[in-house]
Design a protein around this ligand. Structure first.
Ligand code: NAD
Length: 735
């Protein structure tokens, strides 16, 4: 037995410490499941075994669930699945889920009491394993959590979780937990009734043994004659109501975009009417059905595999030694600069935060202090740690203190001359190897690099607001930026625990370039006379976090007006005005700046509460469509999604972005692009390039050239290529 360290103690308790071979985290590989089956067999047949304790031998957690890499990587195909079958991978995953249920059930019915000593993080299949144990003791360690987060990658719990959790805590609580993918901290898990005891980390095994020796019941709750589902099952009037309301609520919240949530609902509803063994089969059937959906395939690829790859710096040129950062200088202590100083100091790096005068620099530092106070008050950090982070930040107007910095991040006002000036001042203090990164959102990096004496060390490091929350950072290559500089910039972004994507130097780079058309399409619709409520409703129904007009309010209307006028200036005679842009400019002139001053497309009550549409919108464009039938709503949704996707395709054609994984991950982390699609490029691939081009041609005819497919898409459609097929798996090599 290689994946569990097994020891029979003097009381006849078989202590099994999980330790997956070759993995940093415990996961259920095929071999590990075989070992667990052997444990269940031994418990059943060996008279010397009085009870079983399952715990983890690894210091970083209990179990992260099924091994997705193995599950989808073909390890299960050997089980009689034809490798040439295009669905082989997914059938392998089905086989894995089936086996997981069989093994967990064998443990649950081995006839001896089984207790879980959960000494660390237990997620997905890890939580499902302990639900199949008769007793659960959880460590109170600071990093310990439990939960069933499968919906976040387009799946639902398929290792018995969808059947055991509702039987344990009731259908309503279980459905909420599983459909949100909620994680429970130790106290929450105890309060929810998911575990029996929470004890100090070094006491979990003892407490589990104590239960076996004193009470040690070897029969699962749901295998007892007198068992009743808490809160009533679906056949019980109260239970039936839970399902009716739950169904309506889940469909409303997810707009039907997530088949996993709908299938979860079916599995729980049908499963609760059956004995557990049949219920587990119902679960496996719905689980397999979910796996076969394009949404699950795309979400697993992007939100699991690509997120990991990009999050580890897949865009980093290979062969450049890793850079350690001892000091970073941040120029400009405004909204962005202060946030950048905060996240940098949070990762243990010394920061010199520079502004025009001491007061402005101090203001930036006090913003960091506010963020730290909030973290302390929420119990996320100790006071000592917070003070330590704050002490790493030196706020000053003195450019001389930049000396010794490995990196400068510039975040002064968006002005080319000003940026040139501070570049010169900073470079006078910097070593030849130091990197200079600009956080500009609109000025070309190659233009800014002209002010630098070392343009090969000059790069764009584009953060999103608010910096402490947004995970994405765009790294922008200038014409002369070297690979060594790119590698250093990526090392910095990884060090501060953000996700870097590498983009080339075109107007608005990648994220804003694709996002702006979403808001512009909302303006087109407004000018066509479509009611703002419809525009924002269909916007949310696409899976975007907010509709286009609400989103404009959030970004700030004055900023959008500024961007529009600068775009017009840059494009000169080629600029095509967006209908509605003059009206937005008028709103700004009248003091409607968006959410930040409580007045935009919507009025935001000062006391909080729901926003209400500003009545003036209908004076600007009288409403001609105040209701949309399902077909009309579908078409509006298409416009909002396809205008972004066609822009992303143009970015590939122009080489603005080169790796579909980075485009997908960037779209979800950067502007909340519909996660069900797996990202902006996965959306096109799942529609199919030929169908997408045909639709774009149709839409160009109806709405104009902004929908026109680029030549690249036509070529791909003619050859039947996908983006992942054509551009997949690029590794950037150092020159
Ligand atoms: P801001 O106005 O809040 O801050 C700019 C700061 O620069 C001010 O504190 C100002 O005093 C300081 N400054 C001006 N001249 C200086 C000098 N000579 N030396 C040092 N400091 C000086 O602006 P912001 O929103 O933080 O934006 C800063 C940069 O980040 C801009 O280039 C902007 O385009 C970019 N950006 C902004 C956002 C956003 O959402 N606001 C997002 C990404 C990038």
């Amino acid at each position: 037995m290689q994946n569990f360290k097994v020891e029979l103690d003097s009381d006849g308790i078989l202590v099994c410490a999980f330790d997956t071979v070759g993995k940093t985290m415990n996961t259920f590989t095929k071999a590990a499941l075989d070992d667990l089956m052997a444990i269940a067999e031994r418990a059943k047949t060996d008279g010397a075994v009085k009870g079983v304790v399952i715990t983890s031998a690894k210091s970083n957690g209990f179990c992260a669930g099924a091994d997705l890499e193995e599950m989808l990587g073909g390890a299960w195909e050997a089980e009689g699945i034809d490798k040439s079958d295009p669905e082989a991978e997914l059938k392998g995953a089905f086989a894995a889920a089936f086996e997981m249920n069989r093994v967990y059930r064998a443990l649950e019915t081995c006839g001896k009491p089984v207790a879980a000593a959960i000494n660390g993080l237990a997620l997905g299949g890890g939580t499902e394993l302990v639900l199949a144990c008769h007793y659960r003791v959880l460590s109170d360690g600071p990093k310990v959590q439990m939960g069933l987060p499968e919906v976040k990658i387009g799946l639902f719990p398929g290792g018995g979780g969808s059947q055991r959790l509702p039987r344990l805590i009731g259908a309503q609580a279980a459905l909420i937990a599983m459909s949100e993918g909620k994680n429970f901290k130790p106290k929450e898990a105890l309060a929810a009734g998911i575990v029996h005891e929470v004890v100090a980390d070094d006491q979990v095994v003892e407490a589990a043994k104590a239960w076996i020796k004193t009470k040690g019941d070897p029969v699962a709750l749901w295998d007892k004659k007198e068992f009743k589902i808490p809160g009533g099952g679906p056949y019980h009037p109260a239970g039936a109501q839970v399902f009716m309301m739950g169904n309506a609520l889940l469909r409303k919240q997810s707009y039907g975009n997530y088949p996993a949530v709908i299938n979860l609902m079916h599995a729980v509803y049908e499963g609760l009417q059956l004995p557990i063994d049949s219920a587990l089969k119902v679960e496996t059937r719905y689980f397999a059905k979910t796996l076969m959906t394009p949404q699950a395939k795309a979400m697993i690829r992007t939100l699991f595999f690509s997120m990991q790859a990009v999050g580890k710096g897949s865009g980093r040129p290979v062969g450049v030694p890793k850079t350690e950062f001892s000091q970073v200088a941040v120029l400009g202590a405004g909204m962005m600069g202060a946030g950048i100083a905060y996240v940098t100091a949070m990762s243990g790096i010394k920061v010199v935060l520079i502004d025009r005068d001491q007061a402005a620099a101090d203001k930036g530092k006090s913003h960091c202090e506010d963020l730290l106070k909030k973290a302390v008050s929420r119990g996320k950090m100790t006071q000592d740690k917070a003070q330590g982070v704050l002490d790493l930040i030196a706020a000053t107007p003195d450019y001389g203190l930049i000396k010794g910095s490995d990196l400068v991040v510039e975040a002064v006002f968006e002005n080319t001359e000003l940026k040139a000036g501070v570049t010169k001042l900073a470079e006078a203090e910097l070593a030849d190897t130091a990197v200079f990164g600009s956080n500009t959102s609109t000025i070309p990096i190659s233009l800014l690099a002209k002010a630098s004496v070392r343009p090969e060390n000059y790069i764009g490091i584009h953060f999103f607001s608010p910096v402490d929350k947004m995970m994405l950072v765009e790294i922008i290559m200038g014409e002369k930026t070297s690979d060594a500089t790119l590698a250093k910039a990526i090392d910095y972004v990884l060090k501060i625990k953000k996700t870097p994507i590498v983009v080339n130097d075109e107007r608005f780079f990648f994220a804003n370039r694709c996002f702006i058309p979403f808001t512009a399409e909302g303006l087109h619709m407004w000018a066509e006379g479509i009611a703002p409520a419809i525009i924002d409703n269909v916007g949310r129904a696409t899976g975007m976090p907010r509709g286009p007009l609400e989103m404009m309010d959030d970004v700030a209307l004055d900023l959008l007006v500024k961007i529009t006028s600068e775009t017009a200036k840059a494009e000169g005679a080629n600029y095509i005005p967006i209908p509605g842009e003059a009206e937005v400019a008028k709103m700004v002139a009248d003091g409607r700046l968006g959410r930040k001053n409580g007045k935009g497309f919507y009025d935001y009550p000062e006391a909080g509460g729901n926003k209400a549409l500003w009545a003036g919108t209908k004076d600007m464009f009288p409403v001609t469509m105040s209701e949309a039938d399902p077909a009309q709503a579908e078409e509006l949704k298409k416009r909002l999604l396809y205008i972004q996707a066609v822009t992303a395709a143009r970015c590939f054609e122009e080489g603005v972005i080169t790796d579909p994984r980075e485009a997908d991950v960037g779209s979800i982390l950067g502007w909340g692009f519909a996660p069900w699609s797996g990202g902006i490029i996965s959306l096109i691939d799942s529609i199919g390039t030929a169908t997408f081009v045909a639709e774009l041609d149709r839409m160009t005819g109806l709405y104009g050239d902004r929908f026109a497919p680029p030549q690249l898409l036509r070529d791909m459609a003619a050859k039947g290529e996908t983006f992942y097929g054509r551009f997949g798996k690029v590794d950037r090599k150092a020159a």
